[in-house]
Write a protein that binds this ligand. Structure first.
Ligand code: ADP
Ligand code: PHD
Length: 518
């Protein structure tokens, strides 16, 4: 089958092309002679290659494009794009004026990059906004102005604006509206999920405005964007919305179009979207700015997605549990997704999806220690030396033992069990089955944000008891071992020896179909 080159765009002196064979992307095996070699390839990632067009014999990039077209190898020309990567900075990276200055310096220390910057809310602003909302429900309208968390948020943002020397008007309207909103909540004595999403959106809307204003102040042209205004279309699942496919072309068109007409570093709010049906502001679940970053990477087909945190990359385990945890230099998308899904706070559970779909490497770096190599997440890695990569602990897990005496030789039992969960809209985490029973765990936070309340649990048990004997076990923990499945016996042998020494009884064990975790 003939292979085809897809021009990704000209980035400065670099020409980016992707290679396809039929419908499938493949590794570039480009004879650079076609472009008037010698050409020094600069980066090869996935199915794409970028090379320095200044070293081509072709005198201009348009010559290169024309030559490619006449040789009938370019399937489509996507046009020029000048963004070279996404850089996401989490709340811990932009917690104060000082931190924002350091992040600006960090961005500028990569002069060859023209980044799209995704920011989270400053420090713990999201938590404080949620608390302020809860307090507003019962504190009475007249007491809203003195809610401790509101005062903290105002103080932090006004102080930051002041210390960075930017105009306070960039956030004045938002602070005023935030207080109005809390008064509205106090009046209604109700905080719906929809209002909650609107409430927390103030965090990202303010951090990005302050940071963009600061970059402009120091002479770096920057443009602020609210994700819900530039095409981040989501489901209407407030507090835990999913990004819809329509997002990718819309976001690419807007960011790319703006760059072409007036180049500026883009500063985008993480975590936020716009509900497809209601058009209200949504959030992507706690930690959702990681997902914003990978979605932008996919939308623009960028060579790299950088996620800057306050740790030296993805670590072997949670450093809050074991302070000697060490950075993991390489991970696959599957490993990172498992790790995040099973509770490692470091990455949003869904954030690997867009990166994996478009095969864009994700680099997890430390904004407090930029020299540390961090973690590189790619489609595949050398597993020959890998044994156990990472351990994740998830607490407060609810477990159900469902026993049917009629299961032996029966068909349809598991289907019935799972249809009950489907009807109730409850996600199941880990499953283990035997001839006569099925054990499963339920995510306490239904993918990160939604609380599985007691009433819902009682309802599940009630429904299941119609077909089986059910035993509900609460406050359990899941230990996930992310490792090389070829060595699973060795990993499990060691793990069980430790568990026995500590007198811990294992109630359930399961090896995921993705074959990277047990
Ligand atoms: N396996 C792990 N690797 C790295 N960090 C972890 C891990 N498990 C838990 N963490 C915690 O995740 C934090 C980083 O995630 P997060 O707070 O979401 O960062 P940010 O706000 O910068 O996006 C770290 O400070 C660390 O305490
Ligand atoms: N501010 C949001 C979104 C986010 O991604 O934050 P962080 O990057 O700090 O985890 C939250 O706290 O959930």
């Amino acid at each position: 089958m003939a292979s085809a080159l897809q021009l990704q765009g000209v980035q400065g002196n670099y020409l980016c092309v992707s290679v396809r064979r039929g419908l499938h992307h493949c590794k570039p095996q480009i004879g650079f002679a076609a472009f008037g070699a010698p050409v020094c390839a600069r980066r090869v990632w996935g199915n794409r290659v970028a090379f320095n067009v200044t070293t081509c014999k072709a005198s201009t990039t348009s010559d290169v494009i024309e030559k490619s077209v006449t040789e009938n190898r370019v399937v489509s020309i996507e046009g020029e794009t000048s963004f070279t990567c996404v850089m996401k900075f989490g709340g811990s990276s932009v917690a104060s004026a000082e931190r924002m200055k350091e992040v600006a310096t960090l961005i500028l220390s990569f002069p060859e990059e023209r980044p799209i910057v995704v920011l989270s809310a400053m420090g713990k602003t999201t938590n404080k906004l949620l608390l302020a909302g809860e307090k507003a429900v019962s504190c009475g309208v007249t007491n809203v102005s003195s809610i401790e968390e509101l005062c903290f948020i105002k103080d932090l943002h006004l102080r930051t604006v002041d210390q960075l020397g930017v105009d306070g008007s960039v956030i004045a309207k938002h602070l005023e509206e935030l207080e109005q909103l809390l008064k509205g909540i106090a009046m209604m004595k109700e905080l719906t999920k929809r209002t909650q999403d609107y409430l927390v959106s103030f965090g990202e809307c303010m951090s990005t405005r302050i940071f963009a204003a600061y970059l402009n102040k120091i002479g770096v042209k920057a443009r602020q964007y609210d994700a819900f205004e530039i095409g981040f279309i989501t489901t209407d699942d407030f507090t835990n919305a999913d990004i819809l496919e329509a997002t990718y072309p819309a976001v690419a068109k807007r960011l790319h179009g703006d760059w072409l007409s007036d180049p500026a570093i883009a500063i985008v709010t993480g975590f936020l979207g716009k509900a497809q049906k209601s058009c209200a502001v949504t959030t992507l679940g706690r930690g959702g700015s990681d997902l914003t970053a990978t979605a932008i990477g996919k939308a623009l087909g960028l060579p790299e997605i950088q996620v800057w945190k306050d740790v030296d990359g993805v670590l072997t385990c949670d450093p809050n549990i074991y302070p000697k945890a060490e950075p993991v230099p390489y991970l696959t998308f599957d490993e990172a997704a498992e790790l995040a899904y099973f509770g490692a706070q470091v990455l949003h559970p869904q954030s690997m999806r867009p990166a994996r779909e478009s095969d864009i490497p994700v680099r997890v770096k430390n904004s407090y220690n930029p020299k540390a190599p961090g973690t590189l997440i790619t489609k595949a890695r050398d597993m020959s030396k890998a044994v156990l990569t990472s351990i994740v602990l998830k607490r407060n897990v609810t477990m159900l033992d469902i026993v049917s005496t009629r299961m032996l030789g029966q068909y349809g039992f598991l289907a019935k069990v799972f249809s009950i969960f489907e009807e109730l809209g409850i996600s199941v985490d880990v499953v283990a089955t035997s001839e006569v029973s099925v054990s499963l765990t339920l995510d306490p936070s239904k993918l990160w944000s939604r609380e599985l309340i007691q009433q819902e649990l009682d309802h599940v048990v009630e429904e299941l008891e119609k077909i089986a004997v059910v035993n509900l076990l609460q406050n359990r923990s899941i230990i996930s071992l992310i490792g090389n499945v070829q060595r699973s016996s060795l990993i499990l042998e060691k793990a069980f020896r430790v568990l026995r020494t500590l007198g811990i009884t294992v109630q359930m064990i399961s090896q995921g179909a993705s074959k990277v975790s047990s």
